[in-house]
Design a protein around this ligand. Structure first.
Ligand SMILES: [Zn+2]
Length: 390
């Protein structure tokens, strides 16, 4: 009997296949001999897997320049047209979807107004897919994987939306199952900030190997977050949530939060809170917040004070996070990074006194771009990631 944690020969081949495809992606153009040297996998086994990848259209082979005596080396690279994925980002007002190739490059994107009903959403989504198909033509009309980014709590194992504050009717909706049965395409559904976190890691790992970091998205009315610990995204023991730093209670007698408790951190650092300090009499809106950023940049003292107060609250929360997790980096996304030169000094000062001294930096893309690109990367990740044992 095979133990549940033992690798079968098929699992080993799958692992090697993912490793080779990843190396072709990062070293292309690359020869079979080089792949064998990089991995220690026998050349015959490399060839066996490479032939399979070529047959499936994921990899293509091209002749290099002849080497003495007429020997012509063959070089391998990814075939961008060999795989099509659809990355989707649901936001409270708008849904954006993008068709991307094997390298993650966006070929085409579309958007529609997010309806209040999830069933209507699925209808709109299917129409958008049909338009992608019509534009791609029959030869490239097959889509292999869909990943949907959701601004709420998701059971990543079942693809069910557990709780979505911005779109309450979506809570309890089994989005993955409905999309899969209505499109026939393998689908995953994940929390937006978890996808943004893995996207940041993907972007960062072109330069190094970032294995321990925290991602924070300061949004209109809340804080989303994700964390990578020892190279793995934390999703909690039952794949539903983790890293909900926005709901750390920092003032037990503070205002009531949507989570049912009082004085959560996000109520002091979100864009609405910053705007409330500047002008408590007017209601917050994203366009008013843009105006506040413009005023702060122009040196308006009242606007500057609002951002200073937010920076002080951010410092408090980030210091707590650093003391618990000791990350290498804390990455911040959100509109507030547009005034980075104002908020960074107090944050850097606060963490400089702590052990570990993590770097604090803005995200490499806007939060919206990270959600969409994160979904695209996730849709491709099955090809490049080794399967789990057991
Ligand atoms: Zn809360």
């Amino acid at each position: 009997m095979v133990s549940p944690n033992t690798a079968t020969p098929a699992t080993v081949r799958q692992v090697n296949r993912a490793i080779l495809l990843n190396l072709i992606r990062t070293h292309q153009p690359v020869s079979r001999i080089q792949l064998s040297g990089l991995t220690g996998i026998y050349r015959s086994n490399v060839s066996f897997i490479v032939e399979e990848l070529i047959r499936e259209g994921l990899v293509r082979e091209q002749r290099g320049k002849p080497l003495g005596r007429g020997r012509v080396p063959m070089f391998l690279s990814l075939d961008p047209d060999g795989f099509r994925v659809v990355g989707v980002s649901i936001r409270a007002c708008e849904t954006v979807l993008a068709l991307a190739d094997l390298t993650g490059r966006i070929l085409e994107s579309r958007a529609f107004r997010t309806p209040k009903s999830p069933a209507t959403w699925v209808d709109h989504f299917r129409s958008s897919l049909d338009r992608f198909r019509a534009a791609s033509g029959p030869a490239t009309g097959a889509f292999h994987q869909i990943c949907i980014s959701v601004p709420g709590m998701v059971n990543q194992a079942s693809g069910e939306i557990l709780w979505m504050n911005a779109l309450p009717n979506y809570s309890g909706y089994r989005l993955r199952d409905v999309v899969e049965s209505s499109t026939g395409i393998a689908t995953t559904v994940a929390n937006d900030c978890h996808l943004a976190t893995t996207c940041e890691r993907w972007l960062d790992n072109t330069a190094g190997d970032l294995k321990n970091f925290v991602f924070l998205e300061v949004g209109d009315v809340g804080v989303g977050a994700g964390m990578i610990v020892n190279g793995e995204l934390c999703t909690g023991h039952n794949s539903t949530f983790a890293a909900e730093f926005g709901h750390m209670v920092v003032d037990p007698s503070g205002p009531r939060c949507n989570c049912g408790r009082q004085g959560c951190w996000e109520l002091f650092v979100c864009d609405r809170a910053t705007y409330g300090v500047y002008d408590p009499a007017r209601e917050f809106s994203p366009s008013r917040f843009e105006e506040l950023i413009r005023l702060a940049r122009a040196g308006d003292r009242k606007a500057l004070r609002a951002f200073q107060r937010t920076a002080a609250h951010l410092s408090l929360g980030i210091s707590n996070i650093v003391m618990v997790l000791n990350p290498e980096v804390v990455i911040l996304a959100g509109r507030l990074t547009e005034v980075w030169d104002m908020i960074y000094p107090p944050l850097a000062n606060a963490v400089s006194m702590l052990p570990g001294k993590p770097q604090i930096r803005p995200a490499r893309m806007s939060a919206e771009e990270l959600f969409l690109h994160g979904a695209i990367r996730h849709a491709l990740s099955g090809l490049f990631a080794a399967p789990q044992l057991g």
